[in-house]
Design a protein around this ligand. Structure first.
Ligand code: C2O
Ligand code: CU
Ligand code: CU
Length: 509
């Protein structure tokens, strides 16, 4: 076990998922220290974020989003200081329709600056909510734009320069649900919270006083923050009672860095119908689906009566076990454990139509021949040596960055011509997988190392996992929103990497 030197003593419990009982283990651990009653396995009913539909005004729908601090009880009897939007932790699910004109009114009631970025949305850079659209304490920032994309599960989160990881970890994230006409005409579950259930999966570490532990060491910055307690919609140790035979699960990996390899513990295939930017062309059946930070997946789960199934995360075979030259990294990536995420319980579900359309939608696409140009991006990490020390020497890597440069808010890295189709080629020579995300567009994955993308990656996406020693090519059209002064971001969605500089800026001109 190459990583054994790093996994001794308290590191195991600190870094490793509390296996078996998962979060119950943490609750037990913490509760036993305090003599409190411990929660049982899957004891807690899943919380479902409230819907925020907006109020109709003269200029479309207005959504009020109040960012504030609060206290949450994740572990029984233990209070955790958190941040939230219209609540103590996370935010409501913003719901709108294609064609809507929306105004998102963000009020910052914190004593620190923040931003809210609409991840996956096609919108002008001025409304993007990235590091340039800071909302100072006590002020209001409005983003107004038209919804110009198909039904999909997008999300929103803090994007404060160098503090995204911390603010998201404390709770500044929520879902952004877009609906459309074609989605309504397909026989798919669509009753929010009933047979259409969102799951925001996150991992956290707790300090003894109940607060979140985001005291980053070099290991966290390099490998990305890993927690040992799983939260689903802010629920520790969750179960959900399914009320219909067929349920749609819309899953966001809202974790700072953990990659989940999802599967069902009864061995049934996952039926994937959608990804980041909407439905797939046709359902894909897979035993396992890897989901990197920032990525979304939509599944259909059919359950007979009186059955319980657990949605699990399995060891990531891709991102673990590799050793770089003179390094010990692979096993340390920390995606090597098997643990349950949530228990799905069917009691006496209402029967539903269990037929499945062969074709779902027509996904827009572009051919390589249409591309005006290819841009290349290489992901850079300083290499880590024995004892977890960063190796500063040349040849052992420099700073965290893209194409040899760390993020600089005053430097625009790429200028894209309005209306052009481009291929972006992302090359990863580091020993870790990085989820690469582009703002303002939805893209298609052209290929991975020259081979076609995986079946569940065939739809529109805005975030794609780029595995160690591999190259992924994506293609998209920059069809709208020229603004030479306001950049969009592209970055690794491991938030510790983003905050450490693995991010760049582009303008559309
Ligand atoms: Cu999900 Cu630049 O962000
Ligand atoms: Cu984004
Ligand atoms: Cu990264």
């Amino acid at each position: 076990m190459p990583s054994s030197t790093f996994r001794s003593g308290h590191m195991v419990s600190r870094r490793g998922i509390l296996l078996g009982a998962t979060a119950a283990g943490a609750a037990l651990l913490m509760a036993s220290r305090r003599g409190l009653a411990a929660a049982g396995r899957f004891a807690n009913p899943l919380k479902v974020p409230a819907l925020l539909e907006g109020t109709s005004g003269a200029d479309g729908k207005v959504y009020e989003l109040n960012v504030a601090s609060g206290k949450s009880e994740f572990l029984s009897g233990i209070s955790t200081p958190t941040l939230g939007i219209n609540g103590a932790y996370l935010g409501p699910t913003i719901r709108c329709r294609e064609g809507d004109r929306v105004t998102l009114r963000v009020r910052n009631n914190l004593t620190e600056p923040t931003t809210l970025h609409w991840h996956g949305l096609r919108l002008p850079a001025a409304s993007d909510g990235g590091p340039h659209q800071v909302v100072e304490p006590g002020t209001v920032w409005e983003a107004s734009f038209a919804i110009r994309q198909k039904a999909s599960l997008c999300w929103y989160h803090s994007h404060l320069m160098e503090q995204t990881g911390e603010q998201v970890l404390r709770g500044l994230a929520g879902l952004f649900l877009i609906e459309d006409e074609s989605g309504k005409s397909l026989p798919l579950p669509a009753e929010y919270g009933v047979d259409d259930i969102p799951l925001v999966i996150q991992d956290r570490r707790f300090n003894d006083d109940g607060s979140f532990d985001y005291d980053l060491g070099m290991h966290d910055v390099m490998m990305g923050y890993k927690g040992n307690v799983i939260l689903v919609n802010g629920t520790v140790n969750p179960h959900v009672v399914l009320r219909r035979q067929r349920t749609r699960l819309r899953i966001l990996n809202g974790s700072n860095s953990r990659i989940y390899t999802l599967g069902l513990d009864d061995g049934a295939d996952l039926v994937v119908i959608g990804s980041d930017g909407g439905l797939l062309e046709r359902p894909a059946r897979l035993r396992r689906v890897r989901l990197g930070p920032g990525e979304r997946i939509e599944l259909l789960v059919d359950m007979p009566s009186d059955r319980s199934v657990r949605l699990m995360s399995y060891p990531d075979r891709v991102a673990t076990g590799r050793m770089g030259p003179g390094m010990m990294m692979g096993g340390m990536a920390g995606n090597a454990e098997r643990f349950p995420i949530i228990e799905l319980r069917a009691q006496k579900p209402e029967t539903a139509d269990l037929s499945l359309p062969e074709r779902l939608i027509q996904v827009p696409g572009w051919t390589a021949a249409q591309a005006a140009r290819t841009r290349s991006f290489s992901l850079d990490m300083p290499m880590m040596g024995m004892g977890g020390m960063m190796m500063g020497a040349a040849g052992m890597g420099g700073a965290m960055g893209i194409n040899g440069r760390a993020m600089d808010m005053d430097r625009v890295d790429e200028r894209v011509s309005l209306g052009s189709v481009e291929i972006w080629q992302i090359r990863n020579t580091t020993p870790l997988a990085h989820p690469f995300h582009i703002h303002g567009v939805q893209f298609r994955t052209l290929d991975r190392n020259g081979r076609p993308p995986l079946p569940h990656e065939g739809g529109l996406k805005d975030t794609v996992l780029v595995d160690p020693d591999s190259t992924v090519r994506v293609i998209t059209e920059f069809s709208d929103f020229a603004d030479p002064r306001r950049p969009y971001m592209y970055h690794c969605h491991i938030l510790e990497h983003e905050d450490a500089g693995m991010m760049g800026q582009f303008v559309v001109v």
